[in-house]
Design a protein around this ligand. Structure first.
Ligand code: ADP
Length: 474
């Protein structure tokens, strides 16, 4: 049995803003059959503490970067969970990263340095009669953990897992003292980044291995187009950078048992889910496909391109239902599109149950991301017979088989890919979708292929298992 501590800023079912939480929450169960015993460390946000109930206190500190802190441990929400209870950092209204007005918390550097510091403490000293053999650090919020381990003189294997390289966790150099960062690390070869400290770079440089969430994104990261200024750091790690695809939790996302919908099997049940969604969204029937989008509204996701490509889809009798929130300008633009077109329905907000109804009821799910480390919604789509239309980038490229003539003849197509990521190429892809949709038997075949596609954790769990075993026996 190999013990792995997973350090993360969000975790399903307790706190989620994106795919990171899905993955952190799913990994412990997915890796158990590999002989991995994984415990998760998360911040004690209010919702997490409420779920923690009377979990045992396993460590206390009088001053963790400006206030007292406790570490709790227990079986919480189905996970073996360490919770960092530090009221001065986490007991507040608002989201994990943003205040109620949508601005980053001004002390985010301190908040997640504290999380990383506790990750290193558990790695170095153990807690609750358990010491990990490996520490897995998720994104910049956990990126300082390998540095704190080194600063303690502890040579513990660590893995930096990149879910999105766009967020660097930058902080001014003056934070080095207050956050107990070692002076030896502040070099261009270390965690210094143009005069600041980068928590993500710290992890990329100092972790024993680096993983990211798809093989294509792993390759993209060493290029200037995708590396966000860290391409040189990634390239320097060479073969230490490994791409392992995310899976989805097959229990949470199963059209035959999903409690959020009237569970269905293809093809009759799917038609019912579709009609229910049309009625709920007040959308008309039409000759073309019902497309859905469930997404953060940010530049990354390419939904401005979809706005441009929309008229072509509508002209062919397609409809579009979008659920999302984020950038106010995009929210407004989408609301304006819904007001203008009867075939467009927009729900601004974050709604887990509605996301299931939409993915169940759509004919197609559109994911036109400019970059996409892995992407989960196209995997949900595959599982529910909702044909993905995706940009050919990152994990989208790795999980969808384009319905090109060869794939159609071979009977293996599961969706539509497009490149480059432009409105024009997306419009062409939507046109291709409409062509495919116009042949019901052919379209049903693509849906069935997708529903059979391997979207669970099987091969990826084996890859993580091999990685962790290799680190422990190294
Ligand atoms: P990212 O992590 O970049 O946001 P992913 O595709 O990896 O993108 O994961 C997004 C996750 O968040 C998925 O589980 C998706 O269903 C969910 N999600 C995104 N926006 C919403 C929303 N508005 N309502 C409900 N779920 C959402």
């Amino acid at each position: 049995m190999i013990r792995v501590l997973s350090v993360a800023s969000e975790c399903v079912p307790l706190v989620k803003t994106g795919g990171l939480a899905d993955v952190v929450g799913a990994l412990p169960a997915a890796l158990a059959p590999e002989g991995i015993e994984m415990r998760v460390l998360v911040p004690g946000y209010r919702a997490v503490l409420a779920a923690a109930g009377d979990a045992a206190v396993v460590w206390r500190g009088a001053d963790l970067f400006g206030g007292p802190a406790r570490l709790l441990f227990g079986q919480i929400a189905g996970l073996s969970l360490y919770v960092l209870d530090a009221p001065h950092l986490f007991d507040r209204d608002g989201g994990p990263y943003l205040d109620a007005t949508g601005r980053d918390w001004s002390d985010n550097a301190t908040r997640f340095a504290a999380l990383s510091w506790i990750g290193a403490l558990i790695g170095a000293e153990g807690a609750a009669d358990w010491r990990p053999d490996v520490v897995q650090c998720h994104d910049w919020q956990a990126g300082l953990t390998p540095v704190y381990l080194k600063a303690r003189g502890v040579d513990l294997p660590s893995v930096m897992t990149v879910h999105n390289i766009a967020f660097h966790g930058l902080m001014p150099a003056e934070m080095m003292g207050p956050l107990a960062l070692p002076a030896w690390g502040f070099t261009p070869e270390g965690f210094e980044y143009w005069g600041q400290v980068s928590a993500l770079k710290a992890g990329l440089v100092h972790a024993w291995k680096v993983t990211t969430v798809s093989p294509t994104y792993a390759r993209e990261l060493s290029t200037p187009d995708y590396g966000e200024g860290l391409e040189g750091v990634i390239a320097a790690r060479g073969g230490d950078v490994i791409g392992i695809l995310n899976g989805i939790d097959p229990a949470l996302w199963d059209p035959a048992t999903d409690p959020h919908i009237a569970p269905y099997k293809q093809p009759r049940g799917k038609a019912k889910a579709r009609n229910a969604l049309l009625a709920e969204m007040d959308l008309p029937q039409g000759a073309g496909p019902l497309c859905v989008v469930v997404s953060r509204l940010s530049g990354q996701k390419g939904l401005d391109l979809l706005l441009e490509a929309l008229p072509g889809l509508l002209a062919r009798g397609g409809r579009l239902a979008l659920l999302g929130s984020g950038d106010p300008a995009l929210e407004q633009a989408w609301q304006a599109a819904a007001a203008q077109h009867p075939g467009v329905a927009v729900t601004i907000g974050y709604d887990e149950a509605l996301s299931h109804r939409m993915i169940a009821g759509g004919d197609a799910i559109v994911v036109p991301s400019r970059f996409e480390p892995c992407g989960l919604t196209q995997l949900f789509g595959l599982r529910y017979g909702t044909v993905p239309v995706v940009a050919r980038t990152g994990g989208l490229a790795d999980t969808v088989i384009d319905a090109n003539p060869a794939a159609l003849v071979a009977g293996v197509a599961t969706g539509v890919q497009f490149a480059p990521v432009t409105a024009r190429a997306l419009a062409t892809a939507l046109d291709r979708l409409c062509d495919l949709y116009a042949d019901p038997a052919g379209f049903a075949k693509i849906q069935r292929n997708g529903m059979r596609a391997a979207v669970g954790w099987g091969p990826s769990a084996a890859a993580y298992g091999a990685l962790f075993r290799g680190l422990v026996t190294a």
